[in-house]
Design a protein around this ligand. Structure first.
Ligand code: IPE
Ligand code: IPE
Ligand code: MG
Length: 249
């Protein structure tokens, strides 16, 4: 296990994104219902948020509910929405007191109305905080986000607000629900699955991926440290050759 002292605090990622996976399998192993796993998973969110703050991470994005997750059994979807509303309502003061700014990405309008209002209230309540930004990906799907951005760009082009030459990668960024949030340097997925499941496709063009077998409810601060330590020992080349990174050629 990696402890915090092994981490170079001057080289931590600014933004870590996590696909929190494995709640259902964790619950099954305990002989419990899947929803029990989701409930216990909230404890890991608290842990990881604390751990991220301690490392000076400025953005933590958590994939909490994908657009595809609506296709799960009705009981599980309702349970997840209920958990979301209860957790946001129950945690907002604590988040605020510890300097957390809450934001969300995804198709918020597709969430149940009580979820939207709880979420919006918490975002408003915490908007001035600067310690760390916690971004919840809710009803999120990258393909939806990219198509949605393309539609908005098309509308602005048709309305004469933007010219074709102005459509750049940076402009595209500004039409995504992640506008204003830097791309993640590190993306972690728990539970042993090595796929991206429609998460941050555009934003992870040069992200380092870290896959771990740990199931989300078992994921603790130490596992976050391990991922960051692993990240710090990689060479990010951005298309260059190794020698170019260490000299001025
Ligand atoms: C991740 O855990 C949480 C959500 C997708 C909401 P899962 O519910 O996907 O757990 P597994 O993958 O079935 O174990
Ligand atoms: C991805 O997990 C979505 C979230 C963690 C919210 P899934 O469990 O839904 O992904 P797949 O179905 O295994 O790809
Ligand atoms: Mg899963």
């Amino acid at each position: 296990m990696i402890d915090r002292t092994k981490i170079d605090l001057s080289k931590t990622p600014k933004h870590i994104a996590i696909i929190m996976d494995g709640n259902g399998r964790w619950a099954k192993k305990q002989g419990e219902m899947r929803l029990f796993g989701h409930n216990v998973g909230v404890e890991s969110v608290r842990e990881v948020l604390k751990g991220a703050k301690e490392l000076g991470i400025k953005y933590l994005t958590l994939y909490a509910f994908s657009t595809e997750n609506w296709n799960r059994p009705k009981e599980e979807v309702e349970g997840l929405m209920d958990l979301l509303v209860r957790t946001i309502a129950g945690e907002v003061q604590e988040l605020h007191d510890s300097g957390v700014r809450l934001q969300s990405i995804g198709d918020v309008e597709g969430l149940p109305v009580n979820c939207q209002s709880e979420l919006m209230a918490a975002i408003e309540h915490t908007k001035e905080n600067t310690e760390i930004t916690l971004v919840l990906a809710l009803n999120y799907s990258s393909k939806w986000e990219i198509v949605n951005a393309a539609k908005k760009i098309a509308a602005d082009f048709a309305a004469g607000k933007i010219a074709e030459q102005e459509i750049t990668s940076e402009l595209f960024d500004s039409y995504l629900t992640t506008a204003g949030i830097p791309d993640p340097e590190l993306l972690i997925r728990t539970s042993g699955e090595c796929r991206i499941s429609n998460f941050l496709l555009w934003q992870s063009a040069y992200t380092e991926f870290y896959f771990t077998e740990i199931l989300w409810p078992d994921f603790k601060k130490e596992h976050l440290y391990e991922a960051v330590y692993d990240y710090q020992n990689r060479e990010r080349r951005f298309g260059l050759v190794s020698e170019q990174l260490n000299s001025n050629i």
